[in-house]
Design a protein around this ligand. Sequence first.
Ligand SMILES: [Ca+2]
Ligand SMILES: [Ca+2]
Length: 342
Amino acid sequence: MSLIVILFCMQIPLNLSATKWIVNVQNFSFSPSSLPLVILGDTIRWVWISGSHTTTSTTIPPGAAIWNSPITSAVPSFEYIPTVAGTHNYKCTPHAAGGMIASFVVSMPPGFAFNLKIFLEGPFDGAAMGTSLSGKGLLPLDQPFGPTLPYYGNNSPSWYYTGTEVVDVLPANVVDWILVELRDAPNGASATSATMFARKALFLKPDGSIVDLNGSGTPTVNMSVTQGLFAVIYHRNHIAVMNTNPITGSGGVYNFDFTTSSANFYGGTAGCKELSAGIWGMIASDGNADNQVNDFDKNDVWAAETGLSGYLGSDFSVESESNNIDKNTYWLPNLGKSSQVP
Ligand SMILES: [Ca+2]
Ligand SMILES: [Ca+2]
């Protein structure tokens, strides 16, 4: 009995991401005979209790490694680390005919990667986005979405987020910080803020890709999507957007390119802007982050900073200078636009 208790205790996860599953091998059964909850990265360990047996793979997923080991008093244990998801069947070779067969089912680990592409109107030059702020050393090391409030008179910026993302050194060749909020819902209309399950401050590259803090990695979250994945993209002075239909995933990676059509944006043309023929992106000039391009953006943001340079809310073109171009080229044409994110 004490041995069983010890073996049972060994099923406690060794760390947050890997479990060692114990299968007792005895006359004449594997116990437990099925393990339905194995996660990729876990270990299966067969432990001899009595008799003279084997653990021998039979039907296993394509690409999985076969195994075959005696389990006897002389070879009292064997470990196997699955590398492929799916059902793994195995047997004791001398006793399979008597029913000494068993299986375990391996699932992908929880969590997924998301590979999103978006353009901002301000820094977009017709093909890609400029990196002046990065080039001039003006980007902050800390994520910028948790400023002191009020923010240009607004006590509740649409993207307000106090995450601790920070870098020691800014990655090269990035446009700006960007905030991604993930929501899980069956359709766009129901993908409200109540369905949010993760937020991450990340970096935007000139080609529109949203990357991890090292400047190149695909962002990941240690969560699962149960209904449909929606991604709200926030920039500090552009109007937030969200995808229209759930983003489909494959192999634990969700890819979505907003830029190819206005139909990709929830609310269609009301919530995005054609930046160049057939290329769509986020609308510039919501300086105070109240989800609209309105007079506050000119009077409380732009008028307070015009003539300055730096990392400025009024720099709607996202290149460091606050001047008449920001007002006339980016604010005025967009006046009255508002976010369509539900
Ligand atoms: Ca505004
Ligand atoms: Ca500017």
